[in-house]
Design a protein around this ligand. Structure first.
Ligand code: GLA
Length: 425
Protein backbone atom coordinates (compact mmCIF):
# COMPACT_ATOMS: atom_id res chain seq x y z
CA UNK A 1 0.00 0.00 0.00
CA UNK A 2 1.32 3.51 -0.77
CA UNK A 3 2.03 5.49 2.40
CA UNK A 4 -0.66 8.05 3.29
CA UNK A 5 0.60 11.63 3.18
CA UNK A 6 -1.44 14.16 5.17
CA UNK A 7 -2.29 17.26 3.13
CA UNK A 8 -2.17 20.61 4.94
CA UNK A 9 -4.30 23.46 3.58
CA UNK A 10 -2.00 26.52 3.40
CA UNK A 11 -3.20 30.06 4.05
CA UNK A 12 -2.65 32.73 1.43
CA UNK A 13 0.15 35.13 2.40
CA UNK A 14 -1.05 38.78 2.33
CA UNK A 15 0.86 39.76 -0.82
CA UNK A 16 -0.58 36.83 -2.77
CA UNK A 17 -4.09 37.47 -1.44
CA UNK A 18 -3.76 41.11 -2.49
CA UNK A 19 -2.59 40.20 -6.00
CA UNK A 20 -5.23 37.49 -6.46
CA UNK A 21 -8.22 39.52 -5.29
CA UNK A 22 -7.13 42.72 -7.09
CA UNK A 23 -6.45 40.74 -10.27
CA UNK A 24 -9.86 39.06 -10.13
CA UNK A 25 -11.53 42.43 -9.58
CA UNK A 26 -9.74 43.99 -12.58
CA UNK A 27 -10.59 41.09 -14.86
CA UNK A 28 -14.24 40.94 -13.81
CA UNK A 29 -15.03 44.65 -13.63
CA UNK A 30 -12.31 46.36 -15.71
CA UNK A 31 -11.46 48.81 -12.91
CA UNK A 32 -9.40 49.17 -9.73
CA UNK A 33 -10.88 48.28 -6.33
CA UNK A 34 -10.90 50.90 -3.55
CA UNK A 35 -9.07 48.39 -1.36
CA UNK A 36 -8.85 44.79 -0.20
CA UNK A 37 -10.29 43.71 3.15
CA UNK A 38 -10.14 40.34 4.87
CA UNK A 39 -11.73 38.38 7.67
CA UNK A 40 -10.57 35.09 9.19
CA UNK A 41 -12.28 31.76 9.68
CA UNK A 42 -12.24 30.37 13.22
CA UNK A 43 -12.00 27.30 15.34
CA UNK A 44 -13.61 27.11 18.73
CA UNK A 45 -11.32 25.76 21.46
CA UNK A 46 -14.25 24.89 23.76
CA UNK A 47 -17.81 26.11 24.49
CA UNK A 48 -19.82 24.44 21.71
CA UNK A 49 -23.51 25.02 21.11
CA UNK A 50 -23.46 27.47 23.99
CA UNK A 51 -23.71 30.75 22.06
CA UNK A 52 -27.45 30.67 21.36
CA UNK A 53 -27.96 29.58 24.98
CA UNK A 54 -26.31 32.73 26.36
CA UNK A 55 -23.21 30.81 27.47
CA UNK A 56 -19.46 31.13 26.98
CA UNK A 57 -17.41 30.19 23.92
CA UNK A 58 -13.64 30.35 23.39
CA UNK A 59 -12.79 30.70 19.67
CA UNK A 60 -9.57 31.72 17.96
CA UNK A 61 -9.21 33.38 14.55
CA UNK A 62 -7.45 31.28 11.90
CA UNK A 63 -4.67 32.50 9.60
CA UNK A 64 -7.01 31.36 6.79
CA UNK A 65 -9.06 34.29 5.55
CA UNK A 66 -11.69 35.46 3.10
CA UNK A 67 -10.48 38.47 1.06
CA UNK A 68 -12.77 40.97 -0.63
CA UNK A 69 -11.55 43.52 -3.17
CA UNK A 70 -14.34 46.09 -3.29
CA UNK A 71 -15.24 49.42 -4.86
CA UNK A 72 -18.37 51.48 -4.17
CA UNK A 73 -20.65 52.34 -7.10
CA UNK A 74 -22.72 55.43 -7.87
CA UNK A 75 -25.96 53.37 -7.96
CA UNK A 76 -27.56 50.65 -5.81
CA UNK A 77 -26.35 47.67 -7.85
CA UNK A 78 -24.19 44.95 -6.29
CA UNK A 79 -21.96 42.87 -8.59
CA UNK A 80 -20.08 39.90 -7.16
CA UNK A 81 -17.47 37.53 -8.49
CA UNK A 82 -15.63 34.69 -6.75
CA UNK A 83 -12.37 32.94 -7.57
CA UNK A 84 -14.36 29.69 -7.30
CA UNK A 85 -16.09 30.59 -10.59
CA UNK A 86 -14.25 33.63 -12.01
CA UNK A 87 -16.30 33.94 -15.20
CA UNK A 88 -19.66 34.23 -13.43
CA UNK A 89 -20.83 37.62 -12.15
CA UNK A 90 -23.84 37.70 -9.81
CA UNK A 91 -25.83 40.94 -9.99
CA UNK A 92 -28.20 42.11 -7.24
CA UNK A 93 -30.15 45.25 -6.46
CA UNK A 94 -29.75 46.60 -2.92
CA UNK A 95 -33.32 47.88 -3.03
CA UNK A 96 -34.74 44.42 -3.82
CA UNK A 97 -32.90 42.14 -1.36
CA UNK A 98 -35.14 40.52 1.22
CA UNK A 99 -35.31 37.70 3.79
CA UNK A 100 -35.60 34.02 2.93
CA UNK A 101 -39.06 33.23 1.67
CA UNK A 102 -39.72 36.80 0.47
CA UNK A 103 -39.74 37.99 -3.15
CA UNK A 104 -36.22 39.38 -2.74
CA UNK A 105 -34.61 36.22 -1.37
CA UNK A 106 -31.05 35.49 -2.48
CA UNK A 107 -30.40 31.80 -3.00
CA UNK A 108 -26.67 31.83 -3.83
CA UNK A 109 -23.50 32.66 -1.89
CA UNK A 110 -24.08 36.37 -2.56
CA UNK A 111 -26.59 36.24 0.34
CA UNK A 112 -23.67 36.41 2.78
CA UNK A 113 -22.33 39.57 1.15
CA UNK A 114 -25.45 41.42 0.03
CA UNK A 115 -27.09 40.40 3.32
CA UNK A 116 -24.53 42.41 5.27
CA UNK A 117 -25.35 45.58 3.30
CA UNK A 118 -29.06 44.89 3.87
CA UNK A 119 -28.51 44.40 7.62
CA UNK A 120 -26.35 47.52 8.00
CA UNK A 121 -29.06 49.61 6.37
CA UNK A 122 -31.74 48.06 8.55
CA UNK A 123 -29.63 48.98 11.58
CA UNK A 124 -29.84 52.63 10.52
CA UNK A 125 -26.38 52.79 8.96
CA UNK A 126 -27.52 53.51 5.41
CA UNK A 127 -28.16 54.40 2.78
CA UNK A 128 -25.10 52.57 1.48
CA UNK A 129 -23.77 52.74 -2.05
CA UNK A 130 -23.99 49.70 -4.31
CA UNK A 131 -20.63 48.04 -4.89
CA UNK A 132 -18.57 45.67 -6.99
CA UNK A 133 -16.72 42.96 -5.05
CA UNK A 134 -14.30 40.17 -5.92
CA UNK A 135 -13.85 37.35 -3.46
CA UNK A 136 -10.82 35.13 -2.88
CA UNK A 137 -11.04 32.87 0.18
CA UNK A 138 -8.73 30.23 1.57
CA UNK A 139 -11.09 29.24 4.39
CA UNK A 140 -12.12 25.71 3.39
CA UNK A 141 -15.75 25.74 2.26
CA UNK A 142 -18.08 23.55 4.27
CA UNK A 143 -15.29 22.61 6.69
CA UNK A 144 -17.08 23.99 9.75
CA UNK A 145 -14.44 26.72 9.94
CA UNK A 146 -16.81 29.66 9.38
CA UNK A 147 -16.17 30.29 5.73
CA UNK A 148 -19.53 32.08 5.52
CA UNK A 149 -18.92 34.26 8.58
CA UNK A 150 -15.54 35.20 7.10
CA UNK A 151 -17.30 36.40 3.94
CA UNK A 152 -19.79 38.43 5.95
CA UNK A 153 -17.16 40.00 8.19
CA UNK A 154 -14.81 40.90 5.31
CA UNK A 155 -17.76 42.62 3.65
CA UNK A 156 -18.64 44.39 6.90
CA UNK A 157 -15.18 45.92 7.38
CA UNK A 158 -15.03 46.88 3.69
CA UNK A 159 -18.40 48.65 3.77
CA UNK A 160 -17.50 50.22 7.12
CA UNK A 161 -14.55 51.92 5.44
CA UNK A 162 -15.99 52.84 2.04
CA UNK A 163 -19.17 54.24 3.61
CA UNK A 164 -17.22 55.92 6.48
CA UNK A 165 -19.31 54.22 9.18
CA UNK A 166 -16.40 54.45 11.67
CA UNK A 167 -17.27 51.18 13.42
CA UNK A 168 -14.32 48.84 12.89
CA UNK A 169 -11.24 50.91 13.75
CA UNK A 170 -8.02 49.17 12.69
CA UNK A 171 -6.53 45.79 13.60
CA UNK A 172 -3.92 47.58 15.72
CA UNK A 173 -6.58 49.79 17.33
CA UNK A 174 -9.93 48.06 17.01
CA UNK A 175 -13.15 49.78 18.01
CA UNK A 176 -14.60 46.86 19.93
CA UNK A 177 -18.04 48.37 20.54
CA UNK A 178 -18.28 49.22 16.84
CA UNK A 179 -17.16 45.72 15.91
CA UNK A 180 -19.83 44.24 18.19
CA UNK A 181 -22.40 46.21 16.19
CA UNK A 182 -20.95 44.87 12.94
CA UNK A 183 -21.16 41.35 14.43
CA UNK A 184 -24.89 41.84 15.05
CA UNK A 185 -25.41 42.92 11.42
CA UNK A 186 -23.45 39.93 10.09
CA UNK A 187 -25.54 37.59 12.27
CA UNK A 188 -28.74 39.17 10.89
CA UNK A 189 -27.43 38.64 7.36
CA UNK A 190 -26.79 34.97 8.09
CA UNK A 191 -30.03 34.31 10.00
CA UNK A 192 -32.44 36.30 7.85
CA UNK A 193 -30.95 36.57 4.37
CA UNK A 194 -28.96 33.31 4.16
CA UNK A 195 -31.47 31.42 6.34
CA UNK A 196 -28.99 29.74 8.74
CA UNK A 197 -30.20 30.03 12.38
CA UNK A 198 -26.68 30.28 13.85
CA UNK A 199 -25.74 31.93 17.12
CA UNK A 200 -23.06 34.60 16.58
CA UNK A 201 -19.87 32.98 17.84
CA UNK A 202 -18.36 32.79 14.36
CA UNK A 203 -18.83 36.46 13.50
CA UNK A 204 -17.59 37.53 16.96
CA UNK A 205 -14.44 35.47 16.48
CA UNK A 206 -13.80 36.89 13.02
CA UNK A 207 -14.23 40.51 14.09
CA UNK A 208 -13.17 40.56 17.75
CA UNK A 209 -10.30 38.06 18.25
CA UNK A 210 -6.66 39.05 18.78
CA UNK A 211 -3.50 37.37 17.52
CA UNK A 212 -1.92 35.08 20.12
CA UNK A 213 -5.15 34.99 22.12
CA UNK A 214 -8.39 33.07 22.39
CA UNK A 215 -11.57 35.10 22.73
CA UNK A 216 -13.66 34.47 25.82
CA UNK A 217 -17.05 35.42 24.48
CA UNK A 218 -19.91 35.89 26.89
CA UNK A 219 -22.94 35.42 24.67
CA UNK A 220 -25.29 36.62 27.42
CA UNK A 221 -24.09 40.22 27.32
CA UNK A 222 -21.72 40.26 24.32
CA UNK A 223 -18.69 41.07 26.48
CA UNK A 224 -15.28 39.62 25.62
CA UNK A 225 -11.92 38.97 27.27
CA UNK A 226 -8.70 38.19 25.43
CA UNK A 227 -7.21 35.05 26.95
CA UNK A 228 -3.46 34.41 26.34
CA UNK A 229 -3.10 31.43 24.02
CA UNK A 230 0.42 31.60 22.63
CA UNK A 231 0.64 27.99 21.52
CA UNK A 232 3.85 28.25 19.48
CA UNK A 233 5.65 29.99 22.35
CA UNK A 234 4.89 26.95 24.53
CA UNK A 235 5.91 24.32 21.99
CA UNK A 236 2.28 23.45 21.21
CA UNK A 237 0.06 23.52 18.13
CA UNK A 238 -3.62 23.18 17.41
CA UNK A 239 -4.13 20.71 14.59
CA UNK A 240 -7.38 21.15 12.68
CA UNK A 241 -8.73 18.03 11.01
CA UNK A 242 -11.20 18.92 8.27
CA UNK A 243 -13.13 15.65 7.96
CA UNK A 244 -14.58 16.68 4.58
CA UNK A 245 -17.77 14.92 5.70
CA UNK A 246 -20.62 16.96 4.24
CA UNK A 247 -22.54 19.13 6.69
CA UNK A 248 -24.99 21.98 6.55
CA UNK A 249 -26.32 24.50 9.04
CA UNK A 250 -29.51 24.99 7.05
CA UNK A 251 -30.68 21.36 6.89
CA UNK A 252 -32.71 21.47 10.10
CA UNK A 253 -30.48 19.51 12.50
CA UNK A 254 -28.83 22.62 13.91
CA UNK A 255 -32.22 24.34 14.22
CA UNK A 256 -33.63 21.25 15.97
CA UNK A 257 -30.89 21.44 18.64
CA UNK A 258 -31.59 25.10 19.14
CA UNK A 259 -35.34 24.48 19.42
CA UNK A 260 -34.80 21.72 22.02
CA UNK A 261 -32.78 24.16 24.16
CA UNK A 262 -35.55 26.74 23.91
CA UNK A 263 -38.13 24.14 24.96
CA UNK A 264 -36.03 23.13 27.98
CA UNK A 265 -35.54 26.75 29.00
CA UNK A 266 -39.29 27.36 28.78
CA UNK A 267 -40.12 24.29 30.88
CA UNK A 268 -37.53 25.28 33.48
CA UNK A 269 -38.71 28.89 33.59
CA UNK A 270 -35.39 30.45 32.57
CA UNK A 271 -34.81 32.80 29.67
CA UNK A 272 -31.73 30.92 28.44
CA UNK A 273 -30.08 27.66 29.53
CA UNK A 274 -26.99 29.63 30.61
CA UNK A 275 -29.15 30.90 33.49
CA UNK A 276 -29.02 27.43 35.08
CA UNK A 277 -26.40 27.12 37.82
CA UNK A 278 -24.20 24.04 37.32
CA UNK A 279 -24.76 23.13 41.00
CA UNK A 280 -28.52 22.97 40.41
CA UNK A 281 -28.20 20.79 37.31
CA UNK A 282 -29.23 17.43 38.84
CA UNK A 283 -32.39 18.95 40.33
CA UNK A 284 -33.19 20.79 37.10
CA UNK A 285 -32.80 17.62 35.04
CA UNK A 286 -35.25 15.85 37.37
CA UNK A 287 -37.69 18.69 36.79
CA UNK A 288 -37.37 18.20 33.04
CA UNK A 289 -37.95 14.46 33.37
CA UNK A 290 -41.01 15.02 35.53
CA UNK A 291 -42.50 17.64 33.21
CA UNK A 292 -43.83 15.03 30.81
CA UNK A 293 -43.40 17.58 28.00
CA UNK A 294 -41.72 16.81 24.70
CA UNK A 295 -39.24 13.95 24.63
CA UNK A 296 -38.00 14.39 28.22
CA UNK A 297 -34.92 12.17 27.79
CA UNK A 298 -33.77 14.15 24.78
CA UNK A 299 -34.30 17.45 26.58
CA UNK A 300 -32.35 16.15 29.58
CA UNK A 301 -29.38 15.25 27.40
CA UNK A 302 -29.37 18.52 25.45
CA UNK A 303 -29.62 20.57 28.65
CA UNK A 304 -26.90 18.56 30.39
CA UNK A 305 -24.53 19.22 27.48
CA UNK A 306 -25.11 22.97 27.50
CA UNK A 307 -24.75 23.46 31.27
CA UNK A 308 -21.70 21.20 31.64
CA UNK A 309 -20.06 22.71 28.53
CA UNK A 310 -20.34 26.19 29.99
CA UNK A 311 -18.73 24.90 33.22
CA UNK A 312 -15.89 23.33 31.20
CA UNK A 313 -15.34 26.60 29.36
CA UNK A 314 -15.18 28.57 32.61
CA UNK A 315 -12.60 26.09 33.93
CA UNK A 316 -10.43 26.20 30.80
CA UNK A 317 -10.47 30.01 30.71
CA UNK A 318 -9.42 30.11 34.38
CA UNK A 319 -6.59 27.68 33.64
CA UNK A 320 -5.33 29.65 30.65
CA UNK A 321 -5.34 32.85 32.68
CA UNK A 322 -3.44 31.67 35.73
CA UNK A 323 -0.12 32.89 34.36
CA UNK A 324 1.62 29.47 34.50
CA UNK A 325 2.94 27.81 31.32
CA UNK A 326 0.55 25.43 29.55
CA UNK A 327 2.49 22.29 30.53
CA UNK A 328 2.41 19.35 32.92
CA UNK A 329 -0.80 18.93 34.98
CA UNK A 330 -2.26 22.11 33.55
CA UNK A 331 -1.85 20.85 29.98
CA UNK A 332 -3.28 17.47 30.95
CA UNK A 333 -6.33 19.14 32.49
CA UNK A 334 -6.85 21.38 29.44
CA UNK A 335 -6.75 18.27 27.24
CA UNK A 336 -9.15 16.39 29.52
CA UNK A 337 -11.64 19.27 29.27
CA UNK A 338 -11.46 19.12 25.47
CA UNK A 339 -11.98 15.35 25.54
CA UNK A 340 -14.96 15.70 27.89
CA UNK A 341 -16.46 18.34 25.60
CA UNK A 342 -16.33 15.92 22.67
CA UNK A 343 -17.92 13.13 24.70
CA UNK A 344 -20.73 15.43 25.74
CA UNK A 345 -21.29 16.52 22.12
CA UNK A 346 -21.24 12.88 21.00
CA UNK A 347 -23.46 11.34 23.66
CA UNK A 348 -25.69 14.14 24.95
CA UNK A 349 -25.90 16.62 22.07
CA UNK A 350 -25.59 14.02 19.33
CA UNK A 351 -23.90 16.28 16.81
CA UNK A 352 -20.79 14.24 16.02
CA UNK A 353 -20.46 11.68 13.22
CA UNK A 354 -18.18 8.66 12.59
CA UNK A 355 -15.58 10.82 10.81
CA UNK A 356 -15.36 13.28 13.74
CA UNK A 357 -15.24 10.49 16.33
CA UNK A 358 -12.49 8.65 14.47
CA UNK A 359 -10.48 11.87 14.11
CA UNK A 360 -10.50 12.59 17.84
CA UNK A 361 -9.92 8.97 18.93
CA UNK A 362 -6.99 8.59 16.56
CA UNK A 363 -5.46 11.95 17.46
CA UNK A 364 -5.58 11.10 21.17
CA UNK A 365 -4.06 7.67 20.57
CA UNK A 366 -1.28 9.31 18.51
CA UNK A 367 -0.31 11.59 21.41
CA UNK A 368 -2.65 14.61 21.34
CA UNK A 369 -3.19 16.16 24.78
CA UNK A 370 -6.89 16.56 23.99
CA UNK A 371 -9.17 16.50 20.96
CA UNK A 372 -12.74 17.44 20.13
CA UNK A 373 -15.04 18.36 17.31
CA UNK A 374 -15.32 22.11 16.74
CA UNK A 375 -18.15 24.23 15.33
CA UNK A 376 -21.66 23.04 14.63
CA UNK A 377 -20.82 19.35 14.06
CA UNK A 378 -22.57 16.75 11.85
CA UNK A 379 -19.34 16.77 9.81
CA UNK A 380 -16.97 19.72 9.55
CA UNK A 381 -13.79 19.78 11.60
CA UNK A 382 -12.13 18.49 14.76
CA UNK A 383 -9.19 20.00 16.66
CA UNK A 384 -6.34 18.34 18.52
CA UNK A 385 -3.98 20.03 20.96
CA UNK A 386 -0.56 18.56 20.20
CA UNK A 387 3.12 19.14 20.87
CA UNK A 388 4.33 21.25 17.94
CA UNK A 389 6.84 18.60 16.88
CA UNK A 390 4.06 15.99 16.71
CA UNK A 391 1.69 17.80 14.36
CA UNK A 392 2.72 15.82 11.25
CA UNK A 393 2.75 12.54 13.17
CA UNK A 394 -0.78 13.02 14.50
CA UNK A 395 -2.03 14.16 11.08
CA UNK A 396 -0.45 11.10 9.52
CA UNK A 397 -2.14 8.80 12.05
CA UNK A 398 -5.55 10.36 11.31
CA UNK A 399 -5.09 10.21 7.53
CA UNK A 400 -4.07 6.55 7.81
CA UNK A 401 -7.04 5.69 10.02
CA UNK A 402 -9.37 7.37 7.51
CA UNK A 403 -7.94 5.30 4.71
CA UNK A 404 -8.34 2.08 6.71
CA UNK A 405 -11.92 2.97 7.48
CA UNK A 406 -12.68 3.76 3.84
CA UNK A 407 -13.42 7.44 4.53
CA UNK A 408 -12.39 10.11 2.03
CA UNK A 409 -9.05 11.80 2.75
CA UNK A 410 -9.26 14.54 5.41
CA UNK A 411 -7.41 17.86 5.12
CA UNK A 412 -5.37 19.49 7.88
CA UNK A 413 -4.67 23.05 9.02
CA UNK A 414 -2.24 24.46 11.57
CA UNK A 415 -4.42 26.84 13.60
CA UNK A 416 -2.18 29.59 14.99
CA UNK A 417 -4.35 32.12 16.90
CA UNK A 418 -4.44 35.00 14.41
CA UNK A 419 -5.61 38.58 13.83
CA UNK A 420 -9.22 39.72 13.34
CA UNK A 421 -10.81 41.26 10.25
CA UNK A 422 -9.24 44.37 8.75
CA UNK A 423 -7.83 46.01 5.68
CA UNK A 424 -5.00 44.42 3.77
CA UNK A 425 -2.19 46.97 3.67
C1 GLA B 1 -21.96 26.92 14.30
C2 GLA B 1 -22.72 28.23 14.51
C3 GLA B 1 -22.29 28.92 15.79
C4 GLA B 1 -22.29 27.98 16.98
C5 GLA B 1 -21.59 26.68 16.63
C6 GLA B 1 -21.71 25.66 17.74
O1 GLA B 1 -20.61 27.19 14.06
O2 GLA B 1 -22.50 29.08 13.41
O3 GLA B 1 -23.12 30.04 16.03
O4 GLA B 1 -23.60 27.76 17.43
O5 GLA B 1 -22.10 26.10 15.45
O6 GLA B 1 -21.02 26.07 18.87
Amino acid sequence: MTPVRPVFTPHLPPAEAMAASTGLFRTAFGAEPAGVWYAPGRVNVIGEHTDYNGGLALPIALPHRAHVALAPRADRTIRLVSSQDPTRIETLDLDQIGPRGSAGEVTHWGAYIAGVAWALERDGLGPLPGFDAALVSCVPLGGGLSSSAALECATAVALDEVASLGLAGTVAQPNDAGRARLVACCVSAENEIAGAPTGGMDQSASLRCRAGHALELNCRDGSVRHVPFDLAGQGLALLVIDTKAPHSLVDGQYGARRAACETSARILGVELLADIDADDLPARLKELEASGQGDAQVLVRRTRHVVTEIARTIELVALLQDGRPLAGDKLARAGALMDASHESLRVDYEVTCPELDLAVETARAAGAHGARMTGGGFGGSAIALVDAQDIEKVAHAVATAYEHEGFGAPAFLDAAPSAPAGRLA
